[in-house]
Design a binder for this molecule. Structure first.
Ligand code: HEC
Ligand code: HEC
Ligand code: HEC
Ligand code: HEC
Ligand code: HEC
Ligand code: HEC
Length: 497
């Protein structure tokens, strides 16, 4: 066989290296062509093409170089006067061929790996990578995200943002996560709050301008009580979401906390940031007001052990996109759309109960939901079970859909494991501070008054005349619990631990 490369090329290590590099290069080329023609790109193929194979290719190249260098050293040791570097004689046809081949190969490789790493970069930033590669692990987050207002916002826009330093930080913690997934070392569910989440100023505020919250927002809420008639109750709330801009008008309202000139900070005793004994509010003129909880007594010295955090978007909007809805809320919503027929007796309570049973697998849950609802009607309303079979079947299908979007038994993810800090019905939320028990030295109270954050415009049972007023009315709890709703937190009853 005619040898086109210089003799030092012909050693075992280099030849193996060349084979490895050649095969992986061919594979990469093949996969890229394949991907070009594929109608739907496959995430696992991407990781192979742009991450794993290039690494193999790189190992091959190292082997080639290592073999050649070793061969030269051997030669040198054998001949003490030998050359330190290979001598290239372009007049020698063997050398010329090897040189040309090597140069073209190197240039092609460089161009290729530049392109390859660009694709790898692009790829690890895609929602597909985030949401599907670690499929099982992040399935809950990805599913909830697809049904959220941010379904068109890339994962990286909130989790990484722009700029090199956060990119590198995210990729470093990301490589640990890849390891954790491969070796099944991740916690279930993935814990929050995320310690190294980028500050909201650099993510949320790229799209939402905090100075520009000024108008109020109307909520029309429909509820169905857990009785035989699924009695309907409606409540209209006007959310006071203003608050941002001193120059442009009124600064009162919920986003007052985010007004650049103000600074609200707090200390929390738990990692979930739910138990807050100490809050400081600093006004633009530097005046500080400190609120202390009368419920949680803790000395100033012990307080020093806890981190003081400045409030930002995430302290209220901690679930802007991965929202796991409580069952009562989802069922109310679907019933108000008419997709679950509210004429089916007790459908509200049996749907909620069917969702809330602790299931160990998704399939088991879906089967049990079907079984339990069917059985309920067969045993208690045999005539309805027959005459309204179609309605019952479609109710079952809707309840199963709710389950699929909000419960992930494999990752132990459901609404109970993730506090949503935005409201106060199912979680402490705003009432972590606004519980009427955080009081300043001057006697100022963080009020729990029902018309401070929203104006209650109207409330009504379907059979009654509505109570309404634009100035806000006194709240009436839909079922009689005495004064308990004033004295205890709503979440004590609505999300019992
Ligand atoms: C609108 C901004 C936003 C987008 C878009 C977004 N996330 Fe999140 N994500 C958050 C916030 C905020 C948290 C909770 C942070 C906290 O509580 O500290 C979070 C938490 C998480 C967690 C931790 C577990 C949990 O459920 O809290 C994972 C995992 C996650 N996101 C993955 C993703 C993936 C995958 C995507 C894209 C499919 C994505 N995120 C898109 C804002 C976002
Ligand atoms: C890339 C731009 C972008 C980023 C980054 C972003 N959002 Fe949004 N957000 C949007 C858009 C667009 C909508 C409106 C979606 C709609 O109405 O369909 C929205 C809607 C919202 C809403 C209203 C939701 C509702 O129920 O109507 C809230 C609250 C919100 N975003 C908070 C946040 C928070 C908090 C962050 C940071 C963690 C964030 N956003 C990051 C683009 C963004
Ligand atoms: C970490 C503690 C904390 C949490 C949590 C919190 N707040 Fe506040 N809030 C404050 C403080 C402190 C003030 C300022 C009181 C003062 O000094 O006037 C305030 C003031 C307000 C005001 C009155 C602003 C004005 O117009 O003067 C509203 C409205 C408000 N908060 C709504 C909310 C809502 C809604 C939530 C939940 C989504 C919430 N807050 C969660 C600490 C908190
Ligand atoms: C004190 C808690 C709190 C903080 C801090 C906070 N928000 Fe809000 N935000 C709310 C509440 C409460 C609403 C009304 C929610 C609703 O209508 O369901 C709201 C509504 C919104 C909306 C929807 C407005 C609309 O017209 O529908 C956006 C967007 C938003 N916030 C973005 C942000 C951003 C960005 C930040 C950080 C700069 C932030 N919020 C900080 C409590 C807060
Ligand atoms: C510190 C601010 C604040 C105070 C005080 C407050 N609320 Fe709310 N409330 C909110 C916010 C914010 C939401 C919206 C949550 C959301 O959009 O998910 C809300 C939502 C609600 C809802 C609808 C809940 C749902 O998810 O269907 C009811 C009912 C309600 N509030 C009643 C009350 C009553 C009764 C009081 C007085 C005891 C009260 N609120 C005091 C901030 C407050
Ligand atoms: C002593 C326990 C208790 C407290 C405290 C309490 N509730 Fe309730 N609440 C109930 C019960 C019981 C029901 C009836 C549940 C049903 O019919 O499914 C109910 C029903 C409701 C409903 C309608 C049912 C639904 O589908 O969600 C709303 C809205 C509600 N409560 C709001 C509140 C608010 C807001 C607070 C806090 C200000 C509060 N509750 C405090 C026990 C309580």
């Amino acid at each position: 066989m005619k040898r086109i490369f210089p003799p030092s090329f012909y050693n075992l290590v280099t030849l193996i290296g060349a084979a490895v590099a050649g095969v992986s290069l061919a594979l990469i080329a093949f996969l890229i062509i394949l991907e070009m023609f594929a109608t739907q790109s496959k995430p696992y193929m991407g990781i192979l093409t742009f991450v794993i194979l290039p690494m193999v290719l790189f190992v091959g190249i190292i082997l080639i170089a290592f073999g050649i260098i070793r061969e030269h050293r051997r030669e040198r040791l054998g001949k003490p006067h030998g050359l330190h570097l290979p001598q290239i004689d372009l007049n020698n046809p063997h050398h010329r061929a090897a040189f040309t081949l090597f140069s073209i190969g190197t240039i092609a490789l460089l161009a290729f790996s530049a392109f390859g790493s660009f694709k790898a970069y692009e790829y690890t930033d895609s929602d597909q990578f985030c949401g599907e590669i670690c499929h099982k692990v992040m399935e809950p987050e990805y599913t909830a995200y697809q049904y959220s207002p941010h379904a068109r916002v890339g994962c990286v826009q909130c989790h990484i943002g722009s700029g090199a330093d956060w990119f590198v930080r995210a990729k470093i913690s990301g490589s640990y996560q890849v390891y954790a997934v491969l070796f099944n070392k991740y916690p279930k569910p993935i814990p929050t709050p995320i310690e190294n989440l980028r500050p909201a100023q650099q993510t949320c505020e790229q799209c939402h301008w905090p100075k520009h919250f000024f108008s109020e927002k109307k909520h029309v809420n429909t509820y169905y009580i857990s009785d035989e008639q699924n009695t309907k109750w409606t409540l209209n709330l006007l959310m006071k979401i203003g608050g941002g801009n001193i120059e442009a008008g009124p600064t009162s309202g919920i986003h007052w906390h985010m007004n650049i000139a103000h600074e609200v900070s707090y200390a929390a005793l738990d990692t979930q940031r739910q138990v807050i004994p100490w809050v400081r509010s600093k006004s633009p003129d530097g005046k500080e007001t400190i609120y202390r909880s009368t419920d949680i007594t803790i000395s100033d010295d012990s307080l020093k052990k806890f981190l003081v955090r400045r409030m930002d978007c995430i302290d209220c909007h901690n679930r802007p996109t991965h929202i796991y809805h409580p069952p009562a809320r989802s069922v109310n919503h679907i019933m108000s759309l008419g997709w679950i027929d509210s004429k089916l007796p007790n459908i509200k309570s049996i749907s909620v109960n069917a969702l809330e049973n602790p299931y160990v697998s998704r399939q088991g849950a879906l089967d049990s939901i079907k079984l339990s609802i069917n059985e309920y009607y067969q045993q208690n309303y045999a005539d309805i079970a027959l005459s309204k079979k179609v309605k019952i079947d479609s109710a079952i299908a809707e309840v199963q859909k709710i389950y699929n979007r909000n419960y992930f038994p494999a990752m132990k993810v459901n609404w109970k494991n993730f506090n949503d800090n935005l409201g106060h019905l199912y979680y402490l939320g705003c009432f972590r501070c606004h519980d009427g028990k955080h009081i300043s030295n001057e006697g100022k109270v963080l009020s729990k008054d029902c018309n401070v954050c929203h104006t209650i415009l109207s409330q009504q049972f379907e059979q009654d005349t509505p109570q309404l007023s634009l100035n806000g009315i006194d709240y009436k709890h839909p079922v009689d619990v005495g004064d308990a709703w004033k004295e205890t937190n709503c979440s004590d009853c609505h999300n019992p631990k």
